[in-house]
Design a protein around this ligand. Structure first.
Ligand code: ZN
Ligand code: ZN
Length: 418
């Protein structure tokens, strides 16, 4: 069934969606703290006629719209923001902060575009509710908390989300990405990497900054460790294996005249192959423990697993069906196959848990002219801010219009004729 009739009123509702987007962008909240956000999306869903359940997986929201017999199509968006200080200079930029575990002020920003995802999903949910004649079945709008490594999908599943949604026939999701707006990128099969992260505590011995002979300096230990960890990917993994090892956090000390007591690292490993992942994690332990011995620490390092995400796999038949719908809507040139990449997502957990096929794709959010100029100057990497950058600022149009349309078009591939 063509999505055309459902999409038709989009231009009329777009001003309201743009103001929803600006509002969500200006009010970011961290994982499992998406209280205001959940309230905003729940109210919109209720107004549109959805049966709304809240508090699934702490702050998750599920809206269900039954429209006769037919398949159950779950559309998923994520809600959490990041501890990033926004530097976009946008009029609706976030100045929000929250309080960290040690009482410190933590800046907040929707630096991954989850505000875009929520706006897309509200737009699609409203359009499907407002034009019900061309389709039949059940639409589920699922708003997931804590995508950024904190296990929000698994938490919703543990909270029995499928008792609320019913058994899905397909689960669909999409992410804004620094491709030129107008481009949609998909991949059948393995699309995004598994991720494992560990907090590592290195114990030194504190002393006066003038008395290194009394200390075991954890700053020097941490610096040596971080440098040596880089050799795992370069020297221990076969060149054809995709592996990224990033030390995303390194913290030690308070001031110049004190040698610190301990140093803290967070290491994240991304892989596609489980055996390779285990090997890399084994190598991390070996190097960290050996560097501690080399420094003469009195206490072994502590490892705490903080993130465990699986490879995101798109169902092949379902991907073909979605891509068919997107090509019909946008033309072949706009819908491109992409290589797998090293980002991670817990979207795939839903399909794995309920046995339904799932499809995830990317929607470009960079001004196409800006992107083309950067490409021309061979400076895409230097000039185009990516997800998690403090300068990540998807252009509202055509990004919002395209992302609502893709969701509706993909959903209509399943919802079929009424
Ligand atoms: Zn992210
Ligand atoms: Zn994200």
């Amino acid at each position: 069934m063509s999505a055309e009739a459902v999409i038709r009123p989009l231009a009329d509702v777009m001003p309201a969606l743009e103001s929803l987007y600006r509002d969500l962008h200006a009010h970011p909240e961290l994982a499992y703290a998406e209280q205001r956000t959940a309230g905003v999306v729940a109210a919109r869903l209720r107004d549109a006629g959805y049966e709304v359940s809240t508090g699934i997986g702490v702050t998750g929201v599920v809206g269900v719209l039954r429209n006769g017999p037919g398949p159950t199509v779950v559309l998923r968006a994520d809600m959490d923001a990041l501890p990033v200080e926004e530097q976009t200079g946008l009029g609706y930029a976030s100045t929000a902060t929250t309080t960290g575990p040690n009482g410190e002020s933590v800046p907040l920003m929707h630096a991954c575009g989850h505000d875009v995802h929520m706006t897309w999903l509200i737009g699609a949910a409203e359009l499907l509710a407002c034009t019900r004649e061309p389709w039949s079945g059940t639409v589920v709008a699922l708003f997931q908390p804590a995508e950024e490594g904190a296990g929000g999908a698994k938490r919703m599943i543990a909270d029995d989300v499928f008792a609320v949604t019913g058994q899905p026939d397909v689960i669909l999701g999409q992410h804004v990405f620094p491709l030129p707006a107008g481009t949609i990128a998909y991949r059948s099969g393995e699309m995004m990497a598994a991720a494992d992260a560990y907090d590592i505590k290195l114990f030194g011995r504190a002393a006066h900054g003038s008395l290194p002979q009394f200390a075991v300096d954890p700053v020097v230990l941490a610096a040596a460790t971080v440098t040596r960890l880089q050799t795992i990917v370069a020297r221990e993994v076969a060149p054809h294996e995709d592996v990224v090892l990033t030390v995303g956090r390194m913290h030690a000390g308070a001031t110049g005249n004190i040698i610190a007591e301990h140093a803290d690292l967070t290491v994240c490993v991304r892989t596609f192959d489980e055996a390779v992942g285990e090997r890399v994690i084994g190598a991390i332990r070996r190097i960290v423990e050996a560097e501690c011995r080399a420094s003469g620490t009195h206490r072994p390092p502590e490892f705490t697993e903080t993130v465990k995400m699986n490879v995101l796999v798109n169902d092949e038949a379902a991907t073909e069906r979605v891509v068919g719908g997107l090509r019909a809507q946008f033309g072949d040139a706009a819908v491109r196959e992409m290589p797998r990449f090293m980002g991670s997502e817990d979207f795939g957990e839903f399909g794995t848990a309920c046995g339904a096929p799932s499809v995830f794709w990317l929607v470009g959010g960079t001004d196409p002219e800006v992107y083309a100029a950067a490409q021309e100057a061979q400076s895409v990497e230097a000039e185009i801010p990516v997800n998690h950058s403090p300068r990540f600022a998807p252009v509202m149009q055509p990004t919002l219009t395209i992302g609502v349309t893709t969701l509706v078009a993909a959903a209509m591939e399943w919802l079929g004729d009424a």
